[in-house]
Structure formats: C-alpha cells, structure tokens
Design a protein around this ligand. Structure first.
Ligand code: ZN
Length: 126
C-alpha cells in the first residue's frame, strides 16, 4: 500500500513537471512564431524597397549587379572606402587609384581583385 501511494505521488509530480515543460514549450513556440512573423514582415518590406531601387537602376547595370551578387556570395557591389574595396578588403594600387580618379562619375568601376562594382563616395580616398 505504501509503495502504491509513493508511486501515485511520483506520477503526480511527473504529471505536474510535464505540464510545466509543455507550458515552456508553448511559450517558446509563441516567441518563435512571433519572431518568424517579424522576419517575414522585414523581408516583405526589404523586397518592396529593393524593387523600388532596382527600378531606378539601368537594366544592364542591374543585370551585372545580379550576376556578381550570385557569384560573390550575395554582395555584388562594395563601397570604395579609403582606397580599399569593402567587398574583398584589398587596397587599390596606385594605378587603380589613378583610374578611379580619371573615371567619369557615371562610369561603372569594378574591383580588379574581386570584380565587384565599386561604389564611390566622399570617403573613397581618391
Ligand atoms: Zn574587391
């Protein structure tokens, strides 16, 4: 009889524990689902924004960018910052710097090392 009571007590404890674990699982699932919904909303917003920007880029340049992006792990263009390609992190040599300096503002420049499109800014260092 004593063993039976002890076993029933143990079953009660385990049932309570299982309910507690299930509550934690339900809470974690709800947090995961909320985070996934938030990410999906961010993706939808970013996709819309990209479509707007892509619409303002000439078709041939966009095609080049998309091709490079596919080849370069998702990054088809990189900022030229202080004479360094931020795509591959290599510094341009003096010949390349001079080519960038001489190029018209609307010329599409490419990194000689990684071939990404170089985006010039006021901080390009040229
Ligand atoms: Zn590069």
């Amino acid at each position: 009889m004593e063993r039976r009571e002890a076993a029933q007590e143990r079953v009660g404890e385990l049932t309570e524990r299982a309910a507690s674990v299930q509550t934690r699982i339900d809470e974690a699932t709800a947090r995961r689902d909320a985070a996934a919904a938030e990410l999906e909303a961010e993706v939808a917003t970013a996709t819309k924004e990209r479509a707007v920007v892509a619409g303002s880029v000439p078709a041939d340049l966009l095609a080049l960018y998309d091709k490079l992006r596919a080849q370069q792990g998702g990054v088809g263009a990189a900022r030229l910052y202080q004479r360094r390609c931020e795509g591959c992190r290599l510094e341009l040599n003096i010949t390349e710097v001079n080519e960038v300096k001489a190029a018209a503002p609307d010329t599409v420049l490419r990194c000689e090392n990684c071939r990404r499109i170089l985006v010039r800014t006021a901080d390009s260092g040229v």
